[in-house]
Design a protein around this ligand. Structure first.
Ligand SMILES: [Zn+2]
Ligand SMILES: [Zn+2]
Length: 64
C-alpha cells in the first residue's frame, strides 16, 4: 500500500500523506493521552467515551 504513513508516535493511526501524518503528530497526537478501542482501533479523548463505545460492541459479535 503506497503512501501509507503510520503515526511516528506509534499511536496506531495512519495517513495517506506524510504531511497529514506530521500534522497529526503536531496537533492531534502526543499532548493528550488517547483511549483506543481494542476491537475497532477507534480513538477517544476520554475514558468515559471509550467505555460507552464498548457497549456498542457487546451488542454485536464480531465475526472475523
Ligand atoms: Zn499519533
Ligand atoms: Zn470499537
Amino acid at each position: 500500500m503506497p503512501g501509507f504513513f503510520a503515526c511516528s508516535n506509534g499511536c496506531g493511526r495512519a495517513y495517506n500523506t506524510y504531511a497529514t501524518m506530521s500534522r497529526h503528530v503536531r496537533l492531534d497526537c502526543g499532548s493528550e493521552r488517547r483511549f483506543q478501542c481494542n476491537q475497532c482501533q477507534k480513538y477517544f479523548k476520554r475514558k468515559y467515551h471509550l467505555k460507552r463505545h464498548y457497549t456498542t460492541h457487546s451488542k454485536t459479535v464480531k465475526i472475523e
